[in-house]
Ligand binder design. Structure first.
Ligand code: COA
Length: 270
């Protein structure tokens, strides 16, 4: 059965056109990153589409669960680096913060299916999901320092809390990728599966959740999360201030230019 609660069987939102696909069926809204030529890196327009999709799913009583998924070979390469270079100032009302607040406060279960690289916000958004399934090709990374930036999405709070300080420091200071098995060990991932089965496993779990009483799901999630939610939202805002300042500083400019020019960055002056 297909619900038409999000205006049709398939909905694409905002100017992101086909880059974010939103499909609602049988109480499950599935959001798919679909900008494969740019490794599902996320533009401002895509953040707006994501924020709208979470808002709509929160308000629609027929939606019980959200699934976030990418492609079998790539989840997301994180923020679009071209957008970073544009240096559009990000206020708390900008699409990225609307998305982060939306996912961090989303009242219903969120299930993620992650295959291939999950870079930057591609990893940090997972700390706000309830169940995470990973293909054995998943590679998580939070390379903010390597880009002259600092953590975002509450990750400076949530990564040490989940991983323990030293493992968090390794992930956030070195910024090197860690694979699905390591993510399983630190508790970021529920289960590691073959990549071709990952989206299906997430849908199966979502269907189980969608069959349960929504009021109990919402209340259980609220009880698990409400104590830390104000702290998380405050940290997202604090990180956002630092991140915005650092985006226009020499280290970040050098890192972004190096990425665009396909060369190694030279941080000797920063
Ligand atoms: N922003 C903008 N474009 C990106 C991008 C990003 N974050 N990540 C990848 N792309 C683009 C590349 O520029 C390239 O475009 P082109 O074909 O026009 O040259 C295309 O996507 C393919 O990327 P490529 O690097 O060739 O793919 P890969 O399979 O070798 O590597 C990644 C995949 C994800 C490991 C690699 O692209 C990467 O590290 N991306 C940057 C991640 C990052 O630093 N994100 C910001 C985090 S805050």
């Amino acid at each position: 059965m297909t619900d038409t609660t999000t205006a049709g069987t398939d909905r694409t939102a905002g100017t992101a056109s086909q880059d974010i696909l939103v499909h609602t069926e049988s109480g499950i809204t599935t959001i798919t990153f679909n900008r494969l030529d740019k490794k599902n890196s996320i533009t401002r327009a895509m953040y707006a589409a994501l924020a709208d999709a979470f808002d709509a799913a929160a308000q629609d009583a027929k939606v019980r669960v959200v699934v976030l998924q990418g492609d079998v070979a790539i989840f997301s390469a994180g923020n679009d680096i071209g957008d970073f270079l544009q240096q559009t100032p990000s206020t708390q009302d900008s699409p990225v913060f609307r998305f982060l607040r939306g996912i961090a406060t989303f009242p219903k279960p969120v299930v993620a299916a992650v295959c291939g690289p999950a870079v930057g916000i591609g990893t940090t958004m997972l700390f706000h999901c309830d169940l995470v399934y990973a293909g054995d090709n998943a590679a998580f990374s939070m390379p903010f320092v390597n880009l002259g930036l600092c953590p975002e999405a509450g990750s400076s709070l949530l990564v040490p809390r989940m991983f323990g300080y030293h493992r968090a420091a390794e992930a956030l200071l070195l910024g090197e990728p860690f694979m699905a098995e390591a993510a399983l060990e630190v508790g970021l991932v529920n289960r590691v599966v073959p990549p071709t089965e990952c989206n299906m496993v997430a849908q199966t779990q979502a269907r189980k959740l969608a069959a349960k009483p929504l009021s109990s799901l919402i209340e259980t999630k609220r009880l698990m999360k409400h104590a830390q939610q104000p702290e998380v939202l405050e940290r997202i805002a604090q990180e956002g201030e630092s991140f915005g300042r650092m985006l226009v500083q020499p280290a970040a400019k050098e890192a972004f230019s190096a990425f665009m020019e396909k060369r190694r960055p030279d941080f000797s002056a920063s």
